[in-house]
Ligand binder design. Sequence first.
Ligand code: PMP
Length: 470
Amino acid sequence: MTVTLDRPHTTTAAATPHTTDTPHTTTDTTADRPELPAVTGTELRVPLVTGEWTRYVNLDYAASAPALREVAEHVEQVLPYYASVHRGAGYASQVCTGLLERARETVGAFVGARADDVVIFTRNTTDALNLLASSVPGSVLCLDIEHHANLLPWRGGPHRALRAADTVERTLEDLAVALAATPTALLAITGASNVTGEVLPVERVVAIAHAAGARVALDAAQLAPHRRVDLAATGVDYLALSGHKLYAPYGAGVLVGRRDWLDAAPPHLAGGGAVRAVTETGTEWAAAPHRHEGGTPNVLGAAALAQACRALAPVLAGAAAAHERALLGRLEAGLASVPGVEVLRIWPDSPDRIAVLSFVVTDRPAGYVAAYLSAEHGIGLRDGKFCAHPLLERLCPGGDALRASIGLGTTAEDVDRLVAALRTLVTTGASWTYAPVDGRWAPTPDPRELDPLGVGLPGGPGAGCGTTAA
Ligand code: PMP
C-alpha cells in the first residue's frame, strides 16, 4: 500500500498540548512513583515537525529499556576502576575481576539458578541462544511464534517449529504430542511474546517437556523485565536474557543453565580467556563459563546487569507488576475506544500478559502511523514485524503492525497521549505529509534537528527487521 498522507503542512499543533520551544533536558522526575526504581531519560524533550518541543513518550521498552538511574550511577562509580579482567595483578584489575565474578552470582540469583548451573555472559539473548544451539546434543523443538532469536539459531541443526494453536491449552496439547512423537533434546520456548506480551504457563510447559525427556530453554528477553523467573522453582533448564531490555543497556546478556551440555560444547568464541593451556598444536579448553567467554569480558555490561538485578528483584513481583498492569489496562481500554484500532492476540486464554501489545490501524500502514506519532506527538513506539515474521504473517498477513510497550518509567499521561494521538489520526487525520524515504515512512519535509548530539547523520538506512514502507 502506498499512501502519501494526509493534509498539506500546517503549523497547527496536533491534539495533544505541546509546550514551549525548550530544547533537550534530561532531568528525571519519578517522584510520583517513589516505590519504583527511577529510569533515565523520562524528561527528555524532543522536537516536532511543527517546530514545537514536547516531552518524549517512550513506549518502546520492549525493544530497549532506558537505564535505571542507579545502574547508570553504578557504572559511573565503576569507571575509575575500569581495567582488564582476569589478567592483571594491579589493584583495579583485581577489583574488576571481583566485579565480574560477583555479577555472575547476582544474575544467577536473580533468575533462581541452581548451585550447579553456569552463568555465561553473552552480548544479548540472540548470542546466548546461538551459544546454546551449538551445545544441544540432539533435536530442538520450538513454536512458530517465536522471535527470530529463538527460531533461527535452531535451523543450523535438527529442529522442528510447531505451529502454535489458537489457544494456550491446545498449544500445550500439541507440544505434548510433538514431543512424544519424536525424541527431542530441547524445547526452546518464549517466556512472553515480544509481539502480544502473552505469557505461557512455564511450569506446565516444563512438566510436559520433562515427561518426554526434553530439556527446556526459556527465551526470557521479554519476560524477565516484567516477571520473576526462577529456574530452580520452575525446572526450566536454560534461560537467556538481554541487559538492554532489563534496564542495563551496556552490552551484556546471559545464558544461564545446566553445566553438562555447556562443558561439552565447542567454545563459543575461541581465543584468550577460554583456555587452560595452549601448545603449538593443541588446546585444552576451560570449563564453562570461561570456555564460552573468549576475549576481554564486558565487565561494565556485567556490572550494570547485576545492578539492574539488585534494583529489580525487590519490586518486580509487587510494585512494578502492579504499575504495569494498571497501565496496560488503561492502554487496552484507550485503544478499544479508538475506531479502527485492532489489538493482535495469539492466545485469548493466555494466563498472564506483560505490558507489551501490538495493534493495527485500519487503512493506515504501521510505518506511517509510527512516523506520525513521532513527528507530530513525540511518541516513540515500534512498527514492523518485530523480528517475528512467521507470527506477523499469521496475525496480519502481508502487513506490519505497531507495538506499544510499557515499563518502569511509563506514566498514565504517556498512555493517554498515545490514545489521544491515534484518535486525532483516525478522526481528523495528520497535520503533515508523509512518504516512504529509504524504505521507511518519514515526514516530508522533516524540519526536525535529528542530530542533537552532533555526531552527524547516517549516510544510509540502517539494518531493520523487515520493516518496509510499502
Ligand atoms: N527474544 C525476544 C522475545 C525478544 O523480544 C528479543 C528482542 N526483541 C530477542 C529475543 C533478541 O534479543 P536481543 O536483540 O537482545 O538479542
